[in-house]
Design a protein around this ligand. Structure first.
Ligand SMILES: *Cc1c(COP(=O)(O)O)cnc(C)c1O
Length: 232
């Protein structure tokens, strides 16, 4: 297993570097988040051994369990899935960045728990750019109102936007979706209060991260590409 994971990590890193080169970007400005939802803590530890420091989970209980099992490791956790309000507290105690802020109610809950913990919580607004009914995220037309609301909550630190591309569109559709997220970011920034920072674009998964990098992704979230030949 170790050998395969090391090879897969090296291959993903090379593809990130190639896409960055094609886009005229520095690969060092693209953060690689390894999504560990398909595997157990032992396999996640292999990714850490391969030099990855940012790990992501999409279900709160899995995040909590993995963080417990890996508490001696140096990991920055990302939460990338849908978050119910009653799971906010424990989740923000672990995760440094919540990629999935998609409602005012969730913004309020995150703010309240962060305040009671005496800290701020980093968030990305998740936008349903493709309009797929199966996807989470705020509609693009509603993103400005959510941003406006969240920007008034001092314990939230807004860092950017997150999206997933259209499920079955292929690379060209994915690239168009990612371009639309970047354009939406530019529009939002134009109208936003001065203290709002939207520097991060979290977009691109195993099947489409190269397209995302070409369109300005600063964070890619990659899972299955690391486990090819290990989990089916
Ligand atoms: C599972 C998941 C990923 C990783 O997907 P892969 O296609 O396996 O790379 C990225 N982002 C989110 C939100 C996910 O749920």
């Amino acid at each position: 297993m170790t050998e395969t994971i090391l090879q897969n990590v090296a291959a993903v890193r090379q593809r990130i570097a190639d896409a960055a080169w094609q886009a005229g970007r520095d690969p060092a400005e693209i953060r690689l988040v390894a999504v560990t939802k398909y595997v157990d803590a032992a396999a996640a530890r292999q990714l850490i051994a391969a030099g990855l420091t940012d790990l992501g989970e999409s279900r709160p209980q899995q995040l909590w369990a993995k963080a417990d099992a890996l508490e001696n490791e140096h990991v920055q956790w990302h939460f990338v899935g849908s978050l119910q309000r009653n799971k906010v507290r424990r989740t923000i105690e672990i995760a440094t960045l919540i990629h999935s802020l998609d409602s005012q109610r969730l913004a309020d809950a995150l703010h309240q728990e962060a305040e009671s913990l005496g800290r701020t919580v980093g968030v990305l607004l998740e936008v349903n750019i493709s309009g797929d009914a199966s996807k989470h995220g705020v509609a693009p037309e509603a993103a400005a109102a959510l941003l406006d609301h969240a920007a008034r909550l001092p314990h939230l630190q807004i860092r950017g936007l997150m999206t997933m591309s259209h499920r079955e569109g292929g690379p060209d559709v994915a690239r168009r979706d990612f371009a639309r997220l970047r354009e939406l970011r530019d529009q939002l920034l134009f109208a936003a209060p001065e203290n709002v920072d939207l520097g991060e674009l979290s977009m691109g998964m195993s099947d489409d991260f190269e397209q995302a990098i070409l369109e300005g992704a600063t964070i890619v979230r990659i899972g299955s590409a690391f486990f090819e030949g290990i989990v089916s």
